[in-house]
Design a protein around this ligand. Sequence first.
Ligand code: ZN
Length: 73
Amino acid sequence: MAEIKQLKAIYCRDFGYDCNAVMKGRNPDEAIDAVVKHFVSMHGNSVRDLQTPEKRAEIGAKIKDWEAPPKNG
Ligand SMILES: [Zn+2]
């Protein structure tokens, strides 16, 4: 297995949803795609509204570096 690269993560609650979902990707595009899918399937948003460059940029602005939760605790 290749070394695991730093993943990108986007937290659903950063968009004001009462939701614990975290969407991860190996790069920003992948993470944004995961968020779009999640918003459509879980929050009833429309794909058309989410696939605009403005909306993707807005989602991309919330990207953080994923840190795996500590094993203990
Ligand atoms: Zn959510």
